[in-house]
Design a binder for this molecule. Structure first.
Ligand SMILES: [Mg+2]
Length: 423
């Protein structure tokens, strides 16, 4: 018996960070809003912009100063990674109520294999997508878009190229129709084709996805070998398969593994981050999460590891390096300093998509021998413990970290703004 055709969806959250903030601040519903690193400085980077802000010309990754010039009344909010991770997991749970097969792809994108669920609900894939879309919107206020097809890569392609541009946010890309749809698109729209690979395809006389798909594989291998040497066969086959919609990789339910030897947090960003300052914003947030978890578990770590990975298949980039701190720590500011050192030393300047921070060589923080020369340290540990307790009780907004040490008086000024938000 021929196995049933799979129905795979890629569900994407629109302007994710900004949508989460809007849902939690109904007073900003009709206002342009951006999430930006370090809102106190005009040089901060826009990490996410809501659709109203985008309509005013604001784009992600531009400097806050540029955004303010385009739209002086934009609401600026500090990123809260923990909150975004929580909402992302809440959305995963919603998806899981429709199918067991949910695989998080990034913080704002997840794959769903709903082949089995359709019988259960007795509806079409589009109807099911509409149901899930309404459910997520209801529960979180976030608008989701669904690309539907029979493979993960086609579902992702359907979402990026069609669903995001359609009014309903739902688009089905049947594999039979690739010649009239996907193949007509320029080659830079192909999944995994970065800017460099796109250039090479164009030089090779393959300007569309269809032209790659229709080149016989042995010929494509030959063409790529001329350019990249004899080790490029695998790459040629990969692109050829992508262009032809061939992909049998299953939707793998995410398993969140816990390594007792280290406490870490890794996240996939909603897009490439190419500027040091914006990577640092995420790095700080992740360091905060890791240190908070360590403090909750009663551990300190001696070794800090920072990992970054690029998104381009044809331009593999990234690093994972560690450093041993002078002393074990679970204090955010201290660990962050070392994390920044690692980033500044090993980052090659190419855009990255995944960032991770972890602490290892853990020791219980109760066993820490208080150094006579380091009384300040015990004070900051006590302070952070209080901070954590407050946050647990009243939510993350209760305590606002000063991202960079600025002049005194800044704190006062900041506390005047509700929840640290600019108006
Ligand atoms: Mg998105």
């Amino acid at each position: 018996m021929k196995p049933a055709k799979r129905v795979v969806m890629l569900a994407d959250c629109q302007s994710f960070y900004a949508s989460v903030e809007k849902a939690e601040h109904p007073e900003y519903k009709d206002r342009p809003l951006v999430v930006a690193g370090d809102p106190e400085r005009r040089s901060g980077i826009v990490l996410a912009a809501c659709p109203i802000a985008k309509a005013k010309g604001i784009t992600t990754a531009e400097r806050l100063g540029e955004a303010l010039a385009k739209c002086p009344d934009v609401v600026v909010i500090k990123p809260r990674m923990q909150r975004y991770i929580d909402v992302s997991m809440q959305i995963t749970e919603i998806y899981k109520s429709y199918t067991d097969l949910v695989e998080p792809y990034s913080i704002d994108e997840q794959f769903l294999d709903v082949t089995g669920s359709l019988h259960l609900y007795g509806c079409t894939p589009e109807e099911l997508a509409r149901m899930i879309q309404a459910h997520v919107k209801d529960a979180t206020g976030v608008h989701t878009r669904f690309g539907i097809s029979e493979t993960k890569i086609l579902a992702k392609t359907a979402c990026d190229n069609y669903a995001k541009k359609s009014a309903s946010g739902i688009y089905t890309l049947p594999k039979e129709n690739l010649a009239e749809t996907l193949w007509k698109l320029p080659v830079n729209h192909m999944f995994m084709a970065g800017s460099r690979m796109t250039r090479h395809f164009n030089v090779m006389g393959l300007p569309t996805i269809g032209s790659v798909a229709q080149t016989p594989l042995p010929k494509l291998k030959q063409m790529m070998r001329r350019k990249f040497g004899k080790n490029s066969d695998i790459q040629a086959e990969l692109y050829w398969r992508i262009a032809n919609g061939i992909d049998d990789s299953p939707v793998r339910p995410g398993t969140h593994q816990v390594d007792p030897k280290s406490v870490g947090h890794m996240m996939t960003l909603p897009r490439d981050y190419g500027r040091l300052e914006e990577i640092k914003v995420v790095l700080l947030e992740l360091t905060e999460l890791v240190c908070q978890r360590c403090r909750g578990l009663g551990f300190m770590g001696h070794v800090v590891t920072v990992g970054c990975m690029g998104a381009d298949f044809d331009r593999p980039t990234g690093f994972s390096r560690q450093m041993k701190m002078e002393d074990p720590s679970n204090i955010t500011n201290q660990v962050y300093r070392w994390a920044c050192r690692l980033l500044e030393k090993y980052w090659d300047g190419l855009p990255i998509r995944r960032v991770g921070v972890s602490l290892s060589q853990l020791t219980p923080d109760t066993e820490y021998q208080l150094s006579l020369f380091d009384m300040g340290r015990e004070k900051s540990m006590a302070l952070e413990r209080v901070t954590d307790a407050l946050k647990r009780k009243y939510g993350d907004g209760i305590v606002i970290r000063a991202v960079s040490k600025t002049e005194a008086g800044q704190a006062l000024d900041r506390s005047a703004k509700i929840g640290g938000h600019f108006k």
